[in-house]
Design a protein around this ligand. Structure first.
Ligand code: NAD
Length: 256
């Protein structure tokens, strides 16, 4: 379905980003990976699916590095057809104790980076009259939780950015949609599980049960593979007229 297309997935050395990169690779798209830590392992996993990869280690909090990454992707594969804005971080604390530099970093990485990558990707997508922009928001783009001021603000912001991007391109072949996961057991959430287990002196399994029990009626984590399939659907011809949606995959979290 996506043979000959190129997908750039930010924050794809781990977790959800890697799951989405692999799902798009299964559809035949070449993949530009980004993110911190080991890149060779994730690249090998994607290449095993029979596509080409490139990697750029841009820090998504730095607009100049995002520009360099977008230029590198175009130089490697000619054009970015699919942009997945996925890189993200978390920090939890009440507002009055929230470290100012953590607020700035979360807004930069979880929100502003998507604006920068989108503005740089759009010209080539519009020239080709085909493009897919997928923003990995969160159920926290739709509802709030305590102690997550920066994250919730950034995720509500990216849902808004998704709608504007969709509207500005509504008469073109470029669509923009958001994915809103509930709990996904990636390193980002494992840290919250570990913190809870340590604070309450409970087992890891009990901390997971509590985490799910508070918010996610299905009592199940969503998987990166399931989120990858949703991203692949947004890239399919059947989704040509799906524009500006924020689609949750959250075990019923936002239905309550
Ligand atoms: P993760 O920690 O497993 O992966 C995050 C990725 O982003 C990694 O590849 C990391 O290297 C990269 N990254 C972090 N800071 C970066 C920076 N400054 N520049 C470039 N790359 C950077 O986390 P995840 O759970 O897979 O999260 C991916 C996205 O999904 C995030 O936007 C997160 O908010 C969102 N999300 C996660 C969950 C969940 O339950 N895990 C739920 C809803 C939304």
């Amino acid at each position: 379905m996506l043979k000959g297309k190129t997908a750039l997935v930010t924050g794809s050395t781990s977790g959800i980003g890697l799951g989405i990169a692999k799902a798009l690779a299964r559809q035949g798209a070449n993949i530009v990976l980004n993110g911190f830590g080991d890149a060779e392992g994730p690249r090998a996993q994607v290449e095993a699916l029979g596509v080409k990869t490139a990697y750029h280690g841009a820090d998504m909090s730095k607009p100049a590095e995002i520009e360099a990454m977008m230029a590198y992707a175009a130089q490697q594969f000619g054009r970015v057809d699919i942009l997945v804005n996925n890189a993200g971080i978390q920090h939890t604390a009440p507002i009055e104790e929230f470290p100012v530099e953590r607020w700035d970093a979360i807004i930069a990485i979880n929100l502003s980076s998507a604006f920068h990558a989108t503005r740089l990707a759009l010209p080539a997508m519009k020239a080709a009259n085909w493009g897919r922009i997928i923003n990995v928001a969160s159920v926290h783009g739709l509802v709030a939780s305590v102690n997550k001021s920066a994250y919730v603000a950034a995720k509500h912001g990216i849902v808004g950015l998704t709608k504007v991007t969709a509207l500005e391109n509504a008469t073109t072949g470029v669509t923009c949609n958001a994915i809103c996961p509930g709990w996904v057991l990636t390193p980002l959430v494992q840290k919250q599980v570990d913190d809870r287990a340590a604070t309450l002196k409970i087992s890891n399994d009990e901390a997971k049960r509590q985490l799910l029990g508070e918010k996610e009626p299905s009592m199940q984590f969503t998987t990166p593979e399931e989120l990858g399939e949703l991203a692949a659907f947004f890239c399919s011809p059947a989704a040509n007229n799906v524009r500006g949606v924020a689609w949750n995959m959250d075990g019923g979290w936002a239905a309550q």
